[in-house]
Write a protein that binds this ligand. Structure first.
Ligand SMILES: [Fe+2]
Length: 301
């Protein structure tokens, strides 16, 4: 599985906190985020777009750039956990930076950042700002977040062994399962009962290293269906048709964001209990659906 070192016995992070991407066209992201996904604009300037999905001040950040992902934020429960995390990262020689200026910018009590083996900026934080105004989705979406976090991220990594060592042995992510098919070799991991908050797959032809997609879960199939209708009506490029994954049983579709990454938008993902969960290897990807659309970039589960 992963390198034979003394690993964490439990995840040091509690959930996926936020994602930050860049885009050439922030206005396009604002339209996409509100109209397709049902996110609420929290801040919109020429330099930054922040989108809300729940009681948090924001969950998605978009800044001007070439469309690459900018950062991934992982939440920890308490200051002591952040200290343990710093110790674990420094123990493997990672260059961990405490960044109070960035913490203020992100609206969190404390934050450290580090670059993962794939070159992605990770931010670990606790104490997110909670605005007094309630979340109101422009199209009535209710996102499944809370203790399960924002959703999940799927990374394309140049070196699976290095990524597995970093995320499982050092940060304590727990293996959920793997999907190994002629097209895929994906490792799914969790840090809370959500089936996976992080998955990773090796880079291959046409698949750029970095954030392949992030997933947001809503509480109602109709919300997914309405979003899919808007995509099919031209609001975004549909990359994978609606389908049901073999492992987390999420019913979802994938569409292109105005950045390089995709969004998986779904409903009904399972939660798992470490007391009884047994990691397995699946040899098919889907119960049904998730057909890749003509013209879509290479896919990742
Ligand atoms: Fe996914």
């Amino acid at each position: 599985m992963s390198a034979a070192v003394a690993g964490q016995s439990a995840p040091l992070v509690s959930s996926l906190g936020y994602v930050g991407v860049t885009a050439v066209d922030l206005a396009a992201w604002e339209t996409f985020g509100t109209n397709v996904l049902g996110l609420q604009v929290s801040e919109s300037t020429t330099g930054r777009l922040l989108l809300r999905a729940d009681e948090r001040a924001w969950r998605v950040s978009v800044r001007p750039g070439d469309g690459s992902a900018e950062f991934i934020g992982w939440e920890v429960d308490e200051p002591a956990k952040l200290a343990s995390l710093v110790t674990a990262l420094e123990g493997v020689g990672a260059d961990v930076l405490r960044d109070p200026v960035l913490a203020k910018e992100r609206g969190v009590a404390e934050l450290v950042r580090v670059t993962d083996p794939a070159g992605i900026q990770l931010e670990f934080f606790y104490g997110p700002e909670l605005p007094e105004t309630p979340f109101t989705s422009p199209n009535g979406a209710t996102f499944v977040t809370g203790g399960l976090g924002l959703g999940h991220v799927v990374l394309v990594v140049p070196d699976m062994q290095a990524a597995e060592h970093f995320y499982l042995d050092v940060l304590g992510f727990l293996e959920s399962d793997r999907v190994r098919t002629p097209r895929f070799d994906v490792l799914f991991t969790h840090c809370n009962p959500r089936h996976h908050s992080l998955a990773m797959m090796p880079s291959k032809s046409g698949l750029e290293v970095g954030l392949h997609h992030f997933m947001m879960e809503v509480d109602d199939l109709d919300t997914v269906g309405h979003a899919l209708d808007r995509v099919l009506d031209g609001a975004a490029q549909l990359n994978s048709s609606i389908g049901k994954h073999i492992n987390d049983l999420m019913v979802s579709f994938y569409c292109q964001t105005p950045s390089k990454c995709e969004v998986e938008y779904g409903v009904g993902g399972i939660t798992i209990d470490d007391a009884t969960w047994q990691p397995t290897v699946h040899t098919i990807e889907n119960v049904w659906g998730h057909r890749r659309m003509p013209g879509a970039p290479p896919d990742g589960m």
